[in-house]
Design a protein around this ligand. Structure first.
Ligand SMILES: Cc1cc2nc3c(=O)[nH]c(=O)nc-3n(C[C@H](O)[C@H](O)[C@H](O)COP(=O)(O)OP(=O)(O)OC[C@H]3O[C@@H](n4cnc5c(N)ncnc54)[C@H](O)[C@@H]3O)c2cc1C
Length: 549
């Protein structure tokens, strides 16, 4: 009976869709709020396709029916959807569910926006931008500017401006949630039963609960003197720029923070346990980055494991496990990994299980945990720990739960950028991964290494000019692109569009069929030699799909 009612409602909502589309005209996918744009914040500022609103009713009707069965007090504390964590994934999912008519609450123990807004992507990008400006200042005399010697960064003032910006974003997130009708519950949430969560001494129940609590930096308890070190969170608390720093870690956060500090004038060393940082990336990317670091004077300490950190009159003395003293630094920044914030959740009370390694929350492809009606996504699941991934998973889940849309987040071919100096953009498989997956004989690789025109007129030895490096990895006779990698000026803004092509199944011939944008670095991707001779190349005679009207 209930199911039939729900299906009838859904059918009538679908019947309304063409009317809504006509009303929206070509602008069907307009932004719903007056919040800043993507470039101002990040995607959680959110867009609400009108088509989504057309499905509104499904969740509302289910809720009204259920509400009538609850007492007044229960009703206030009962939700269709209770989201734990107001970070990238949690807010996106909560707001999407609310647009479908669900009664939604989000519990948050800290500032709205989670890691990305407060201690991740956003403040990091501000610092990266500052570092980029400083690089331009250094390059300016090579473009015949004078008077740049006196340019200095006031770190403290920049920190204040950055913090103000983050506070503004926190406010925008709050208003967006309010505007979407999402209730906010302040405090640390933990389960008290299968469908019950306690926040600040009050118990709430929900038919569906989402765990989107993210993670925190790992500070290894077995490192002697760990209390003298800072994490990436601590980096954003620094009131002044350190004059020297040792950054420890081989992942993208370590690389980014070392690069920022170095570019801003801090004497920086990067210590990695293996041979080089970013080992999970394509070798062309990590090797080019290592050369660039050397050229820029950022000291890389390979095969280095920290054994002890001591505070000597405010300076941090660091000793290698082999007994060698590495040096004394103003700051030692550990970026050696992150761990999911599962501890305080009392997951056992809800029957939510962790993965085989007892680390992340175990979920299936649809974000279902082992407990019925409890879902998890984002960093707490450990699969593609990036903001847009958490947002996509959150929205797909809300659509499935409250608009009866059969869909799931797609974790394949997720593009990513490392804001190193220079930046790296990558999507798909590395060459090694492609060979492992398809076999050496089935993989082809196109590469290009060149000097960006930016450095062209600079009066320096051409051999000393930084290189941009690109790699296209294809598989099969049809030369399907399975990996694209680029390091160099502008790589961060280059790859998003190419990633769409990769998702669509582009081949080398498809890339060759697109005329280059000149003079740019991106054009190299569509002119990789040999050009116009790829498998399936249509020699300009192919037909483009036409709109199906
Ligand atoms: C330094 C740094 C730089 C980064 N740069 C990028 C980047 O450039 N691009 C990118 O895509 N990603 C980047 N990331 C990763 C990105 O920030 C995360 O992938 C993303 O924030 C994960 O979203 P989430 O929703 O899973 O969790 P989060 O955004 O971490 O949100 C979780 C929220 O849950 C709250 N919470 C936790 N436990 C509880 C509880 N028990 N009760 C109530 N509330 C709770 C937390 O306070 C937090 O607000 C970066 C991360 C770091 C650390």
């Amino acid at each position: 009976m209930h199911r039939r009612l729900a299906l009838m409602l859904l059918a009538s909502a679908r019947a309304l869709r063409p009317i809504a589309s006509l009303r929206g005209g070509a602008k069907t996918l307009r932004r719903a709020s007056a919040a800043p744009t993507m470039s101002d914040t990040h995607p959680a500022a959110s867009s609400t396709p009108e088509g989504v609103r057309d499905r509104l009713g499904f969740a509302t009707q289910l809720r009204r029916r259920r509400d009538s069965e609850l007492t007044g007090c229960d009703r206030r504390r009962h939700f269709d959807y209770l989201v734990i964590g107001a970070g990238s994934g949690g807010i996106a999912s909560a707001r999407r569910a609310a647009t479908h008519g669900a009664k939604v609450a989000v519990c948050e123990k800290g500032a709205l926006g989670g890691t990305c807004v407060n201690v991740g992507c956003v403040p990091k990008k501000v610092m990266y931008n500052a570092a980029h400006i400083m690089e331009c200042v250094h390059d300016a005399p090579l473009y015949q500017y004078s008077g740049t010697e006196s340019v200095k960064l006031d770190w403290n003032k920049l920190k204040t401006a950055r913090d103000n910006y983050v506070t503004r974003l926190n406010g925008i997130y709050g208003r967006n949630m309010e505007g979407s009708g999402v209730a906010k519950l302040e405090g640390l949430a933990s389960f008290t039963g299968p469908n019950e969560v306690e926040v600040a001494g009050t118990k709430y129940t929900a038919d569906n609960i989402l765990i989107a609590v993210g993670g925190k930096p790992t500070m290894p308890a077995d490192l002697e003197g760990v209390e003298h070190c800072i994490s990436s969170d601590g980096f954003f608390l620094l009131e002044e720029m350190p004059s020297s720093a040792l950054v420890v870690g081989a992942g993208y956060i370590a690389v980014e923070m070392a690069g920022i500090l170095h570019a801003l004038g801090c004497e920086t060393e990067l210590a990695v346990r293996g041979e080089k940082p970013l080992r999970a990336f394509d070798d062309l990317m990590s090797d080019t980055l290592v050369s660039e670091m050397a050229r820029q004077g950022l000291t890389l300490r390979p095969k280095t494991t920290i054994g002890k950190v001591e505070d000597i009159n405010g300076k941090k003395r660091v000793t290698h496990t082999d007994g060698t003293v590495l040096g004394e630094y103003d700051e030692v920044l550990l970026a050696v990994g992150r761990e999911p914030l599962t501890g305080p959740l009392a997951l056992d009370k809800a029957g939510v299980k962790l993965d085989d390694k007892n680390r992340y929350i175990a979920v299936d492809d649809f974000q279902n945990t082992s407990a019925e009606g409890v879902y998890a996504l984002g960093d707490v699941c450990g699969n593609v720990e990036l903001t847009p991934m958490a947002i996509a998973a959150g929205r797909r889940l809300a659509d499935r739960l409250f608009a009866n849309v059969n869909g799931k987040a797609d974790y394949s071919d997720v593009p990513t950028v490392v804001f190193s100096h220079p930046p790296i953009g990558t999507v798909g498989l590395t060459e090694k991964q492609a060979v492992e997956k398809y076999g050496e004989g089935n993989v082809k690789v196109w590469t290009s290494t060149f000097v960006n025109l930016w450095y062209g007129p600079m009066p320096i030895d051409p051999a000393d000019k930084p290189r941009t490096a690109m790699k296209m990895v294809t598989a099969g006779k049809n030369e399907l692109i399975v990996g694209l990698h680029v390091i160099g000026v502008g790589a961060d803004e280059m790859l998003q569009g190419f990633a769409v092509a990769v998702k669509m199944g582009a081949t080398k011939a498809d890339f060759d069929s697109c005329v280059a944008l000149h003079p740019t670095a991106a054009e190299e991707f569509v002119t990789l030699a040999p050009w116009g001779e790829g498998a399936g190349d249509k020699k300009g005679l192919g037909e483009k799909p036409v709109p199906q009207i």
